[in-house]
Design a protein around this ligand. Structure first.
Ligand code: NAP
Length: 274
């Protein structure tokens, strides 16, 4: 089926998630508010935030002001490392809901696999899910080992694993493992925070399609079933990042992009969490 801005992927509990959304790391105050307003006007329906970003309140307000029905939106937030553990996770979740001014979130994630705490945190997320206060629960920055450990100790398979993912960090084995276990991969920093947009081979492909390097990276991701959450506070970029549905990368070009892997990470390597 042809992909479009309204396309969704089905998660392992039957819920649907938009294939592209707005990342909000590093923007707050009026910049976050403006970015969310523009994104919603342009047709974005997924907004990704986190407690640590410090922008849940302003994002909640911008969403309310949009007058878009809550059920048409897909809102993600995450429990921060220092809030992990069974009881503290509930407190953190309540605080997030209050700040967002919502009665539920669509997706609640464990932000990082904190050693010694992630198991208890996951049990809290399971309870939040049972109580229908999160439509989907998932993890972020989990390696194959972290996922195996979680699944050995729980009946609930995460719906999502949100990880650093781009052709420059092509985590092929992790993607395959997630596919085998019906966990959808969601790419953070899909634009490498802008650091690889000038890469010669990427530029050559972008010229061939008459698209920008950013559009090529996002298209590469969605074409293999990975959700994209590029961040932008710039209206032109917001538009550009969703203008990726009128072309398709050939298999050969997909393979060329796969070959750009150089284990380039924007954030910490999650292997530091044993
Ligand atoms: P990103 O989306 O890869 O890159 C954002 C940067 O690219 C910004 O500087 C933005 O600048 C620029 N940009 C956006 N669109 C562009 C375009 N079309 N052309 C040129 N430059 C463009 O990086 P990210 O913010 O790290 O990742 C995206 C989201 O993932 C975050 O915002 C956050 O929601 C999430 N995330 C999660 C984790 C985690 O641990 N779970 C970690 C990192 C990020 P302008 O604003 O000027 O457009």
């Amino acid at each position: 089926m042809e992909l479009s801005l309204n396309s969704t992927f089905e998660l392992n509990n039957g819920e649907e998630i938009p294939i592209i959304g707005l990342g909000t790391y590093g923007i707050s105050g009026k910049f976050a508010s403006q970015a969310v307003k523009w994104a919603l006007e342009l047709g974005y329906r997924l907004i990704d935030t986190a407690t640590i970003y410090g922008n849940e309140r302003v994002i909640g307000k911008a969403i309310k002001n949009s007058n878009i029905k809550r059920e048409e939106l897909f809102i993600t937030t995450k429990v921060w490392n220092t809030d992990q553990g069974y009881d503290k996770t509930f407190e953190a979740f309540e605080t997030s809901l209050k700040k967002l001014n919502m009665s539920y979130v669509d997706l609640y994630l464990i932000h990082w696999p904190v050693t010694g705490l992630r198991g208890e945190t996951w049990r809290a997320l399971e309870k939040i899910y049972e109580e229908k206060r999160a439509k989907v629960i998932g993890v972020s920055n989990f390696t194959i080992n972290h996922l195996k450990e979680l699944m050995e100790n729980s009946e609930t398979i995460p719906g999502i694993n949100q990880v650093d993912f781009s052709p420059f960090l092509y985590q092929k084995n992790l993607l395959k493992f997630c596919e085998q276990h019906k966990i959808i991969v969601e790419a953070y920093s899909p634009l490498t925070r802008g650091r690889k947009l000038d890469h010669t081979k990427l530029k050559t492909i972008s010229e061939k399609y008459g698209k920008t390097p950013a559009q090529i990276l996002l298209r590469w991701g969605i074409q293999q079933g990975i959700i994209q959450i590029p961040k932008s506070g710039n209206k032109q970029h917001l538009q550009e990042n969703i203008d990726i549905f009128n072309f398709k990368l050939t298999e050969k070009d997909m393979e060329m992009l796969n070959s750009l892997n150089e284990n380039f990470r924007v954030a910490d390597n999650p292997n530091i969490w044993k």
